[in-house]
Design a protein around this ligand. Structure first.
Ligand code: SAM
Length: 319
């Protein structure tokens, strides 16, 4: 269905070998290396030392991004870890899972690779961040054609096509958490975090569509700021205003053809707000749209899809 090959200046990337219909589960992978909530940089390195030789080599072949600032930070983390473990061994208490003397240079390399390839898996997952053997080869786009969601029951990170993907097209994910952020902010985050200037169809201002999208984002942020100020000052109090803010967000994402969990969540929120106004027909329409998007980006076996299905079924009882 896909192949991993060179993507020019981006390094390697993942490409469709055949047409991939929207909703297809393209990948379902277990983490190669992961940290749980509350764990830190030291745990990343400890975890890497427990990998099999084969997995360690797969990990070390992934890409990395290093700047002077990041390098200083990582060297200080590695030095602190080495000092701590040296003291532990002097006092005769071996650290849990310890396998060999720490190597600060390798430690810095492991942190650089982990930070460049790790995905945040969300609050519901048992893992906080994880790196994957093949999924970590997928490059970024601010208008992606795929989305990843961790499936706790399967213990796998699934990647689904959020729209139809043509043969030969590159598979892309959105690396950023901010929803609806403007170009400048996105560029800053991508350059600082990953070291690249994004040239995706939403960032390339030579394109009319990118300029239109940017205007819509700026306008929506201005409107949202007015709405938030209104809420704070007490001038805006009702959920009708909240519903309008949610609708604007939906229009923005739909306009950019960005589908995924963020969009389905907005539709489900709109369903709840409509329900609070006893607008059951509109509430059901929004919930059904959210459910259809969830089916595409999560799959029907995902617990969050089941939650959305329950919301739709409960609204149907009002019809
Ligand atoms: C998770 S890795 C993706 C796979 C990587 N290209 C590789 O060769 O393994 C993230 C790195 O890929 C590159 N990358 C990802 N998306 C990019 C984009 N839209 N433009 C340029 N480089 C990109 C950057 O070097 C980034 O640090």
């Amino acid at each position: 269905m896909y192949e991993i090959k060179t993507a020019g200046l981006k390094g390697l990337g993942v490409f469709a070998k055949a047409f991939i219909p929207r909703g297809t589960r393209i990948f379902s992978e277990s983490p190669l290396l992961a940290i749980r909530a509350g764990q830190n940089a030291g745990d990343i390195y400890s975890g890497s030392r427990l990998l099999s030789v084969e997995d360690k080599n797969r990990f070390l072949r992934l890409s990395s991004h290093v700047t002077k600032e990041l390098s200083i930070l990582r060297w200080s983390q590695a030095a602190w870890y080495t000092l701590k473990h040296t003291l532990i061994s002097i006092f005769g208490r071996k650290g849990e899972g310890e396998v060999a003397w720490p190597n600060p240079k390798e430690h810095v390399m492991v942190l650089s690779i982990f930070r460049n390839n790790a995905f945040n898996l969300g609050k519901s997952s048992e893992y906080q961040q994880a790196v994957f053997p093949r999924i970590s080869r997928i490059n970024h786009s601010c208008v992606p054609n795929a989305q990843g969601n961790f499936h706790d029951v399967l213990g796998k990170f699934n990647i689904h096509a959020t729209r139809d993907i043509e043969r030969g097209e590159e598979l892309t994910l959105n690396y950023l958490q901010e929803l609806g952020a403007g170009r400048e902010k996105r560029q800053e985050r991508l350059l600082g975090g990953y070291g690249f200037a994004c040239e995706c169809p939403a960032c390339d201002l030579k394109l009319e569509t990118a300029r239109d999208g940017e205007r819509r984002r700026v306008k929506m942020h201005e409107e949202l700021a007015t709405y938030v100020e209104g809420m704070a000052s007490g001038a805006v109090q009702n959920s009708e205003a909240e519903l309008e803010a949610v609708r604007r967000f939906i229009r923005l994402l739909e306009g950019e053809k960005i589908a995924g969990r963020e969009l389905s969540t907005l539709y489900l929120e709109a369903a709840k707000l409509n329900q609070s106004y006893a607008k059951y027909e509109e509430a059901l329409r929004c919930a059904e749209r959210g459910l259809a998007i969830d089916e595409d980006c999560l799959g029907t076996d995902h617990p969050l899809y089941q939650d959305s299905l329950k919301a739709v079924n409960s609204l149907k009882k009002h019809q």
